[in-house]
Design a binder for this molecule. Structure first.
Ligand SMILES: [Fe+2]
Length: 187
């Protein structure tokens, strides 16, 4: 097993993390566009910036190892209820943001609530990914690990702060969304 083979295997793990960040940029961009909650919009704008920096850190490490950063996008983990469950939550009344032909769709507030739960799941998976990558980095021989580990730790810290922000703000989210969800079912 040559050092080249070992480095290639290590780059696979880096690219795996990078493909998750590539997908996260798309996800966060669409969340910023669609969320009705201004607090979410603002915090996610900050995290979009952080996610771009995370992409750059991983790309930098991969390039220094003489390999190519991937453009591919991972499938992010999703917490999806069975579609029949969401379909049951039909809109009983005309809601401004939803057109008539979409009557069988869940409320926008219900979708937002689901997506925020998915966001926390995604951040959790990113944390696991960076923690694992740091442990792998410590064990790969002949790496410039004094330079690589602080970069990975910085990204890990940003993911942890983002997940904590989501968790800390869950009461605000529920305060905003639940009354609308409940008022729609009582009509
Ligand atoms: Fe993240």
């Amino acid at each position: 097993m040559s050092q080249n083979d070992i480095n290639s295997k290590y780059v696979e793990y880096l690219n795996e993390a990078l493909s998750a960040e590539n997908a996260a940029v798309d996800r966060i961009t669409s969340r910023i566009d669609e969320t009705p909650l201004s607090q979410i919009k603002q915090r996610y704008q900050q995290h979009l910036e952080e996610t771009r920096n995370q992409q750059n850190r991983l790309s930098q490490i991969i390039t220094q190892l003489g390999e190519k950063p991937t453009d591919s996008k991972a499938n992010l983990p999703e917490l999806n209820p069975p579609s029949t469950m969401m379909l049951k939550k039909t809109i009983k009344d005309t809601i401004k943001s939803v057109t008539d032909d979409k009557k069988d769709n869940p409320l926008p507030e219900e979708m937002e609530f689901l997506k925020i739960k998915q966001d926390v799941t995604i951040e959790g998976s990113e944390i696991v990914s960076y923690e694992a990558l740091i442990e792998v980095t410590k064990r790969i021989p002949n790496l410039n690990s004094e330079q690589i580990i602080p970069l990975l730790k910085q990204s890990l810290e940003e993911e942890m702060n983002m997940k904590k922000w989501c968790t800390d703000n869950m009461p605000m989210v529920v305060d905003n969304l639940l009354p609308k969800i409940l008022s729609a079912i009582s009509k």
